[in-house]
Design a protein around this ligand. Structure first.
Ligand code: HEC
Ligand code: HEC
Ligand code: HEC
Ligand code: HEC
Ligand code: HEC
Ligand code: HEC
Ligand code: HEC
Ligand code: HEC
Ligand code: HEC
Ligand code: HEC
Length: 277
């Protein structure tokens, strides 16, 4: 504390003696006089290194921007005239596109006040993930979306061997890649990247795929139904939309209950409009 007071006096002396503009004082160098450890830690963090790779002047100014520090904090340092955890406005001052894209692709996140630092370990620590995520891209989302995460534990669910299937395979938080919420609005967007043989285009597409996308028939996360279907049996699924099947379909016979035995090309056909092959 004594050391800090001496430094404070020195800093105040600097301000008065050299009559520097407040702005010029608000650099990392000044902050480091009292926060040496934090400054060193930030400069060594992945975010700090990424900044200095762009321009060392960005790193110099970053303390102030994230912590909304003003000259007042240097004159009279208290926790009240500085912001310990940066709000999204602070991040946006350097990443203007990130908020704009998030508002388009994930409006619910901005509406419910989910902050940048809820998802990004952009501060002094090293989370060891890509894009400075606060956690791996399943666990990160699972923390707030527990019921969705639970769906991935169902008997029929998207899994990557024994590893969790990253939510970001399908949901892009900022919408700049194709697998985004933006694309999920077409309800097939994210699926196209990995299931090309199911996505056509077909000469005779099965219309629901075109209209509502894959989720007309499949649950994207996981269910208790085989093939992640929306319904327990295939016949039940089909008959919800095709109540008026031709009369020769004797639905009391097991032979007719397995629609896909004859209509094999449920996703679309290049040869037959009735989806036979
Ligand atoms: C003259 C010394 C001094 C300078 C220069 C200084 N600080 Fe501080 N800072 C302090 C003191 C003292 C505290 C209060 C520590 C406490 O209460 O534990 C503090 C607290 C903080 C906190 C934590 C607030 C909290 O709630 O725990 C942050 C963040 C911070 N300063 C950032 C900065 C930044 C950024 C700069 C550079 C613009 C800066 N400080 C410059 C002395 C200084
Ligand atoms: C990108 C935003 C960001 C930048 C830039 C940044 N910090 Fe921080 N800082 C944080 C966050 C977030 C925390 C809260 C704890 C954490 O994540 O480590 C924090 C915490 C602190 C604290 C409080 C100590 C603590 O452990 O809680 C101080 C002091 C501090 N920072 C000083 C600085 C200084 C000095 C710089 C410039 C070298 C700086 N910060 C740059 C985001 C930032
Ligand atoms: C002073 C400017 C500045 C501030 C403030 C700032 N950043 Fe950054 N950030 C950068 C620079 C520069 C880079 C490296 C270049 C890039 O990837 O855009 C970077 C990189 C990143 C990355 C990694 C991008 C990638 O593709 O790996 C993320 C994530 C990020 N910042 C999030 C944040 C968050 C969250 C905040 C607020 C807590 C924040 N930043 C505050 C300048 C800043
Ligand atoms: C709900 C979680 C979440 C929130 C909130 C969030 N991000 Fe991200 N961010 C991600 C994920 C996940 C990625 C990795 C790329 C992807 O899958 O979209 C990412 C990527 C980034 C990148 C890397 C480059 C890019 O655009 O892909 C930057 C920079 C970034 N975020 C900054 C921010 C800033 C600034 C905010 C606050 C305005 C923010 N993020 C809010 C989850 C989030
Ligand atoms: C800090 C908590 C938090 C984190 C972390 C978080 N979310 Fe959310 N998310 C919310 C809240 C709150 C809502 C809005 C209420 C709701 O739909 O449950 C929401 C809504 C959503 C929605 C619905 C969007 C809409 O516009 O209807 C999707 C999709 C989503 N989140 C995906 C993700 C993914 C993927 C991740 C991880 C990259 C993630 N979330 C991380 C809190 C979070
Ligand atoms: C295989 C692709 C895929 C993966 C992986 C995925 N989602 Fe989804 N998610 C979707 C699709 C498609 C929808 C839209 C469903 C609809 O409109 O019926 C959706 C809808 C949502 C919704 C809004 C509706 C709802 O079901 O509550 C949330 C929230 C959500 N996902 C969160 C997550 C989280 C969290 C993860 C990771 C634990 C995740 N998703 C992983 C494809 C996926
Ligand atoms: C990142 C790649 C990827 C994305 C994106 C993706 N999937 Fe998958 N999907 C897989 C993998 C891998 C499997 C597991 C295959 C296996 O176990 O043989 C799978 C399995 C499935 C299954 C179950 C197959 C079975 O035999 O039980 C269905 C149905 C499915 N996906 C539909 C979808 C839908 C619908 C979407 C879009 C909402 C989607 N997938 C997005 C990779 C992906
Ligand atoms: C009209 C309903 C319907 C739509 C729409 C639909 N599917 Fe299917 N899908 C099925 C049925 C039924 C099965 C099971 C077929 C079987 O058991 O022989 C299936 C099986 C699958 C399988 C696993 C079995 C296999 O053949 O590999 C995958 C993967 C799959 N669908 C992906 C998709 C994708 C991706 C989309 C969107 C482009 C989609 N489906 C749209 C009904 C549908
Ligand atoms: C979400 C609603 C929906 C579901 C579920 C669905 N279909 Fe369809 N299907 C349609 C629509 C719409 C058409 C376009 C022709 C029409 O209006 O009947 C169509 C067309 C067809 C055709 C071509 C008929 C013609 O008139 O050319 C066949 C065969 C067919 N579906 C079989 C199936 C089978 C088998 C299943 C179950 C795997 C199934 N459908 C599930 C909505 C659906
Ligand atoms: C044993 C083979 C077989 C099975 C199993 C079968 N169908 Fe068919 N289905 C046909 C044949 C053959 C036609 C064509 C009749 C024609 O073109 O006159 C047809 C035609 C259709 C048509 C199109 C009628 C039209 O207007 O052109 C629909 C829709 C349909 N089936 C739905 C279903 C559904 C739903 C199931 C499961 C409950 C099912 N089918 C099971 C053989 C089958």
């Amino acid at each position: 504390m004594i050391a800090r007071s001496i430094i404070a006096m020195a800093v105040i002396a600097m301000i008065s003696t050299f009559a520097m503009a407040d702005d010029d004082l608000l650099t990392m160098e000044t902050c480091a006089m009292c926060h040496e450890d934090e400054s060193a830690a930030f400069a060594a963090s992945p975010h700090g290194r990424a900044m200095s790779q762009v321009d060392s002047a960005v790193l110099e100014r970053s303390c102030v921007q994230c912590h909304s520090a003003t000259a007042e904090h240097i004159d009279e340092p208290t926790p009240d005239n500085v912001r310990r955890v940066p709000d999204s406005t602070a991040c946006v001052s350097c990443h203007p596109a990130s908020l704009a894209t998030m508002e388009v692709t994930n409006p619910a996140h901005t509406r419910f006040g989910v902050a940048c630092v809820d998802c990004h370990a952009a501060g002094h620590s090293d989370s060891g993930t890509r894009h400075l995520l606060a956690d791996e891209p399943f666990e990160l989302c699972a923390g707030c979306h527990q019921s969705v995460a639970g769906e991935f534990k169902m008997p029929f669910a998207h899994r990557d061997g024994t590893r969790n299937f990253a939510c970001t395979n399908c949901h892009s938080m900022h919408g700049q890649n194709r697998q985004g919420r933006l694309n999920l609005l077409s309800k097939s967007g994210a699926c196209v990247d990995c299931h090309t043989e199911k996505t056509g285009p077909f000469v005779f597409p099965h219309p629901p795929r075109e209209l509502d996308g894959c989720v007309a028939c499949h649950h994207p996360h996981g269910t208790t139904n085989p093939r992640q279907l929306r319904r327990r049996s295939v016949a039940q699924l089909c008959l919800e939309c095709h109540a008026g099947v031709p009369a020769f379909h004797n639905l009391s016979q097991p032979r007719y209950q397995t629609c896909q035995n004859c209509h094999v090309a449920v996703h679309g056909s290049n040869r037959d409009p009735r989806l036979f092959e």
